[in-house]
Design a binder for this molecule. Structure first.
Ligand SMILES: [Zn+2]
Length: 186
C-alpha cells in the first residue's frame, strides 16, 4: 500500500521511499523533488489548494443565492466577459500589426487569438443563458396572468348563470380537477 502523504518514489529495495515529500510535492529531495519541473508543479498544486480552501471558506460564509442573486451575478459575469473580449480584441489587433511589420510574434498572436476566441465563446454562452432565464421569467409571469384572467372569467360566468352555492362548489371542484389533470399531463 502506498501512503500518498509520504514520498511516493520506490527505493532500491522496491518499497515506497516514505520520507517526507517536498512541500506541495509528491517526492522527497533525493527523489527529484528539487528539479525545476517538480518544483513548478508543487507550486501550482499549493496555489490550487490555497484557492480551493479560500473558495470553500467564502462559499460557507455567504448566504445561498436567490434567483435574483443568480440573475445579478450572470449580468456581472456577462459584463466581465465583454470587458475581457474588448481588452483581447485590442491586444490581438495591436499584435497583428506588430507581427505584420516585423514578421515576428506570431506565437504571441496565436495565443492571444485563442484567448480572444475563448472569451468570445464564454460571452456568447453567458448572454444566451441570461436571455433564456429572462424568457423563462416572462413566460411564468404570462401564464400566471392568464390563469388569473381565466379564473376571473369563469367566476363571472358562474355569477351570470345564477348558480347555487352547491352548484358553484361542484363546478369549481370539477375545474380544479381538470386543471390539475392538464398540469400533470404536461
Ligand atoms: Zn524519496
Amino acid at each position: 500500500m502506498i501512503d500518498p502523504k509520504r514520498c511516493t518514489a520506490t527505493n532500491r529495495a522496491g518499497e515506497q521511499c516514505g520520507r517526507p515529500p517536498m512541500r506541495g510535492g509528491k517526492v522527497c529531495a533525493s527523489h527529484g523533488g528539487k528539479s525545476p519541473r517538480v518544483l513548478a508543479a508543487s507550486r501550482r498544486r499549493l496555489a490550487e489548494q490555497e484557492a480551493t480552501r479560500e473558495v470553500a471558506r467564502l462559499s460557507g460564509a455567504r448566504d445561498p443565492l436567490t434567483l435574483t442573486d443568480v440573475y445579478r451575478e450572470m449580468l456581472n459575469t456577462a459584463g466581465l466577459a465583454v470587458a475581457w473580449r474588448d481588452v483581447l480584441e485590442q491586444r490581438v489587433s495591436a499584435l497583428d500589426e506588430y507581427a505584420g511589420m516585423n514578421g515576428i510574434g506570431s506565437e504571441q498572436v496565436r495565443a492571444d487569438v485563442a484567448l480572444f476566441e475563448r472569451a468570445m465563446d464564454r460571452t456568447a454562452k453567458v448572454l444566451e443563458l441570461i436571455a433564456r432565464l429572462d424568457l423563462d421569467t416572462r413566460m411564468t409571469q404570462i401564464s400566471a396572468q392568464q390563469g388569473e384572467q381565466v379564473a376571473r372569467a369563469l367566476r363571472a360566468g358562474m355569477d351570470a348563470a345564477g348558480l347555487s352555492t352547491g352548484q358553484r362548489e361542484a363546478a369549481e371542484a370539477a375545474m380544479v380537477a381538470e386543471l390539475r389533470r392538464i398540469g400533470g399531463a404536461r
